[in-house]
Ligand binder design. Structure first.
Ligand SMILES: *[C@@H]1O[C@H](CO)[C@@H](O)[C@H](O)[C@H]1NC(C)=O
Ligand SMILES: *[C@@H]1O[C@H](CO)[C@@H](O)[C@H](O)[C@H]1NC(C)=O
Ligand SMILES: *[C@@H]1O[C@H](CO)[C@@H](O)[C@H](O)[C@H]1NC(C)=O
Ligand SMILES: *[C@@H]1O[C@H](CO)[C@@H](O)[C@H](O)[C@H]1NC(C)=O
Ligand SMILES: *[C@@H]1O[C@H](CO)[C@@H](O)[C@H](O)[C@H]1NC(C)=O
Ligand SMILES: *[C@@H]1O[C@H](CO)[C@@H](O)[C@H](O)[C@H]1NC(C)=O
Ligand SMILES: *[C@@H]1O[C@H](CO)[C@@H](O)[C@H](O)[C@H]1NC(C)=O
Ligand SMILES: *[C@@H]1O[C@H](CO)[C@@H](O)[C@H](O)[C@H]1NC(C)=O
Ligand SMILES: *[C@@H]1O[C@H](CO)[C@@H](O)[C@H](O)[C@H]1NC(C)=O
Ligand SMILES: *[C@@H]1O[C@H](CO)[C@@H](O)[C@H](O)[C@H]1NC(C)=O
Ligand SMILES: *[C@@H]1O[C@H](CO)[C@@H](O)[C@H](O)[C@H]1NC(C)=O
Ligand SMILES: *[C@@H]1O[C@H](CO)[C@@H](O)[C@H](O)[C@H]1NC(C)=O
Length: 808
């Protein structure tokens, strides 16, 4: 957003102005020296791109073009420059050689902040669908919208945050806090997007919370620094790098480095993470772009592997890099590699270097409030995918005595602030609209949440606990807030869909979306009451709570007067339900997540049984917030600590691994979800693959995008049968968990989804490759563990239907 860009400049200037107000320059330098140096292993130089795999022809063309460029021209394409478009950032160009520059635009959930685009289901909704085909189709059509708008690089998907912090503000942008599920969906998403636009997987790495993600530039304590994520190599590989690895294997054209520090060295100047992990171990061939304003140094960041700075760069602009080459501060080969990586990504997709793309961002006006040609980027062919994507992220978790599906009810009463669309969906510069927060205007206590405050929190960490409203009171939630949000073509709210259905079924409808205290305002003759509540979350801060008393009270209030109360929760992250889950009058609960613009009609597909619900929780719902332990809240400074440290002492034990290890019974476990049918599982067989190499160490193999190819060799396969033993067609999501010796008792290592008619049976075959069955050992890499691996196949991580084992 333009506004954000200029505010960013003010914020950056303020750092220089305010730092030192409390600490002297010498004290500041000391702190910086003490914290920043020697805690993250140095890895130099940056491995050069070499045209691995599918990059070979793009790389060859890029080499040839870069050979014709002057150093100034190479430098010119490395940072964001002024643009007349609405792209989130536009790189410099080389007009002399016909390189028009790249338009980078939000987000991983659809084109954001403009007109003529669709509002797709968000990441968490895709995660809840557990459907890899649907993830691919969503990305394919979403990518086409980016292309139609002239975008070269879509800023998504998000696989970091992975979601270790329960209240993490951006968890909803990604798919799940399980790396395997996220990795599979990220792979499909990158492949789908890159049919039409290059992708940018983000945020690398350890970007697990919003609190202190950037220095508090607008506060007097501007000398506080970004949180440092201190991650040991085992945890780093087995959790946080895992989905990045899948995305890079799928061909991701760009990777965004993150705001936070990693082992106290800033993400965009960390040689270990960028040179060592990304470009070394993972063989990444594209370019690394900074998160907006995350570049902190000049030559140091170039040497540490940063290739592009956005949305601008005071460090690299005006030929500074080319000058640094001529005076010997930066190597010629690094500048050449930077340019080659950027140009390679441009050549990866033929479309980007076609005449149509001579003016990147052509469909994105800088201001929607000024006259412009409307570029309608939508394709009617994508409509079924938008709807089905919305349907499959709904997770039914309680359904007493077949309350659902509804069948021509005589009388329905609807309640709750989340039932109707916001009264405003109009482009409006400088407001919350472009950040998906038009429905979030006030705190529950009625205090107005000013737009200016929203933008300030994006630029500057505020004192811990400063947040936007934890619920969206001004309209149904179809997206979370921030740069990962969507700006829909329309919003089909639940109420809109119920109105249509009521007409068709001659159902009596009453509603009250205004009040919280509904005592004496519920007609007891209602067959069912439906209460719509939500849980809001945004980039810029972490969530204030995992459930709010006002909404819980409203549900119980309705339930006290209505014997069948159905609760629908739109949520940008997990939401606790123990405030009402055991109320006997609460007969059904649906997690409706963030379905995008087809929210209402998708909800009714499920509630009226046109389709059986087929979503499964991509996270664990605890009985109480404290059950998440230290991972409930973001990490705060300890004592007088201006460099907040998160030591990741929990290791790989996040979410269900934590609950199992601590023997805590969750309310609803990872992978859980009900359908309108029943399924039986049988005939689990686990067999070694022919000629599989099950040596402890991975055999030597060539480095490809995503790492050594030996990691993907299938070592075992598991097959089993699932039969629909009920009376209706429904989709089952069988899940396979493995206990790797020495690791958590269960980690997800396979899943599938199949819609089966009543009585039908399907055989599932899951391949287990070397990485799936290995543990990371520093110095040795991914190594198989000797011994017996228990194997579980079930309906969730706790509802195990079949058991077996394999022995390495
Ligand atoms: C830092 O300076 C600000 C503004 O000058 C002041 O309000 C604050 O109390 C000072 N903090 C400390 C720890 O001295
Ligand atoms: C980062 O810090 C962790 C925890 O202190 C340590 O185990 C790891 O080796 C460090 N990584 C690097 C690259 O220095
Ligand atoms: C650098 O990029 C800018 C912005 O695209 C462009 O106007 C300018 O002509 C470029 N400079 C050179 C030397 O190519
Ligand atoms: C080399 O050039 C860069 C970029 O202008 C500058 O920052 C640096 O101080 C110069 N170094 C020397 C030794 O002149
Ligand atoms: C309402 O809640 C907000 C957010 O918690 C808080 O900042 C504000 O002070 C509260 N207002 C009143 C009147 O209590
Ligand atoms: C938002 O909702 C609150 C609570 O219902 C209401 O008081 C306020 O007027 C609404 N604001 C807007 C701009 O719609
Ligand atoms: C809710 O409304 C009822 C009926 O008007 C009233 O008796 C009760 O005190 C109200 N409850 C709260 C918490 O305001
Ligand atoms: C359930 O609903 C019935 C009928 O409205 C009411 O009489 C009863 O008190 C309710 N039970 C609870 C626990 O709210
Ligand atoms: C800055 O650090 C101090 C000392 O650790 C801490 O008390 C304060 O909360 C921090 N401020 C912000 C905005 O992070
Ligand atoms: C993090 O680890 C470092 C080094 O082991 C230690 O000094 C520090 O106290 C730890 N920080 C916290 C908050 O536990
Ligand atoms: C891989 O190759 C290196 C160098 O040739 C050799 O030292 C090492 O033993 C090989 N490793 C395996 C597992 O074959
Ligand atoms: C299927 O229908 C039969 C006969 O109506 C009924 O007895 C049975 O409970 C139903 N099964 C399920 C799983 O709903």
């Amino acid at each position: 957003m333009k506004l954000t860009t200029s505010l960013l400049a003010i914020g950056l200037a303020l750092i220089e102005f305010t730092s030192g107000q409390n600490l002297t320059k010498a004290e500041l330098a000391n702190l910086e020296h003490y914290w920043s140096y020697g805690r993250s292993a140095p890895v130099y130089p940056t491995p050069q791109s070499s045209g691995l795999g599918e990059w070979s022809s793009a790389y060859a063309k890029a080499k040839a073009l870069v050979a014709q460029m002057t150093n100034f021209e190479k430098n010119n394409i490395t940072y964001g420059q002024a643009s007349t478009t609405g792209c989130s950032g536009v790189s410099g160009s080389v007009p002399r050689l016909g390189f028009p520059g790249l338009c980078l635009a939000d987000s991983g959930n659809g084109v954001r902040g403009t007109d003529g685009v669709n509002g797709w289901p968000s990441g968490i909704h895709v995660g809840a669908s557990w459907n890899t085909d649907l993830a691919y189709d969503r990305a394919l059509y979403m990518g086409a919208e980016f292309k139609n708008k002239g975008v070269s690089v879509a800023l998504g998907p998000v696989v970091g945050p992975l979601g270790k912090i329960a209240k993490g503000g951006r968890n909803w942008e990604g798919f799940s806090n399980d790396p395997y599920l996220t990795g599979k969906l990220a792979y499909e998403t990158v492949q789908g997007l890159e049919k039409n636009v290059m992708s940018c997987v983000k945020h690398f790495i350890g970007n697990e919370q919003e609190t202190n993600r950037v220095p508090p530039a607008l506060l007097p304590t501007a000398y506080n620094q970004s949180l440092s994520s201190n991650i040991d190599p085992k945890t780093e590989h087995e959790l946080y790098i895992w989905p990045f690895q899948d995305a890079i294997r799928a061909g991701a054209g760009a990777v965004m480095c993150s705001y936070n520090r990693y082992n106290n060295s800033y993400g965009c100047q960390n040689s270990y993470s960028q040179n060592g992990l990304l470009k070394g171990e993972l063989g990444f061939q594209g370019f690394v772009v900074s998160d907006w304003g995350a570049q902190r140094t000049g030559i140091a960041s170039a040497d540490a592997g940063l290739d592009m700075a956005m949305p601008g760069s005071s460090y690299w602009q005006n030929g500074n890099l080319s000058q640094a080459v001529s005076n010997g501060t930066l190597s010629q080969s690094r500048l050449d590699d930077i340019a080659t990586r950027i140009i390679s990504t441009w050549y990866r997709l033929e479309e980007l270097n076609s005449p149509a793309f001579s003016n990147p961002g052509f469909g994105l006006p800088a201001s929607l409030n000024l006259p412009h040609v409307l570029v309608d980027a939508r394709d009617p062919a994508s409509d079924p995918t938008i709807l089905q994507g919305a349907v499959e992220g709904h997770v039914l978790v309680k359904n007493v005595d077949n309350t659902l599906p509804l069948n021509k009810p005589k009388y329905l009463s609807l309640f709750g602030y989340d039932g109707v669309a916001a009264l405003r969906n109009t482009p409006n510069a400088g407001t919350k609209w472009g950040f998906g927060l038009e429905n979030t205007q006030v705190y529950p206590n009625g205090t107005v949440w000013p737009d200016a405050f929203l933008f300030a929190t994006f630029l500057s960490s505020e004192p811990a606990g400063t947040t936007g409203p934890g619920i969206a009171l001004n309209g149904t939630m179809i997206t979370g807030g921030g740069s990962g949000s969507t700006t829909p073509a329309y919003i089909d709210a639940p109420f809109d869909a119920f109105q249509r259905q009521a007409y068709q079924d001659r159902t009596l409808l009453s509603w009250n979306f205004v009040e919280f205290n509904l005592t004496g305002k519920v007609d007891p003759a209602s067959d069912h009451c439906v209460v719509f509540i939500n849980a809001q979350s945004s980039e810029g801060w972490d969530r204030p709570y995992l459930s709010d008393d006002e909404s819980d009270l409203m549900v119980n209030n309705v339930a006290a007067q209505c014997k069948s109360t159905i609760v629908v929760i739109h949520s940008a992250g997990l939401r606790l339900v123990d405030g009402f889950v055991n109320n006997p009058n609460v007969t059904a609960i649906i997690y409706a997540h963030l379905p995008g613009q087809d929210s209402g009609r998708a909800l009714l597909e499920v509630m009226y049984g046109v389709q059986s619900p087929s979503g499964r929780l991509p996270y664990t719902v605890a009985k109480q917030a404290t059950d998440y332990g230290a991972l409930e809240n973001p990490t705060l400074p300890v004592g007088v600590e201006y460099y907040t440290q998160d030591n990741y002492t929990e290791g790989v034990y996040i979410d269900y691994k934590h609950f199992i290890a601590q023997n805590i019974t969750p309310r609803f476990e990872f992978g859980y979800g009900l359908t309108y049918s029943t399924f039986s599982y049988s005939s689990l067989a686990i067999s070694p693959a022919k000629n599989a190499n099950t040596a402890y160490l991975a055999p030597n193999s060539t480095l490809a995008e995503g790492g050594p190819t030996s990691l993907w060799e299938t070592l075992y396969t598991a097959t089993f049968c699932v039969q629909n033993t009920g009376n209706v067609t429904a989709a089952e999501v069988p899940q396979l968990y493995v206990g790797i010796p020495g690791g958590p008792p269960r980690v997800l290592r396979g899943f599938g989804k199949a819609s089966l008619q009543a009585g039908a049976e399907s055989t599932f075959t899951f391949a287990l490759n070397r990485r799936d069955l290995s543990a990371w050992v520093p110095g040795l890499g991914w190594v198989l563990q000797k011994g017996e691996y228990p194997v579980y196949v079930g309906k969730s991580v706790l509802d195990i239907q079949l058991r077996g084992s394999l022995t390495v």
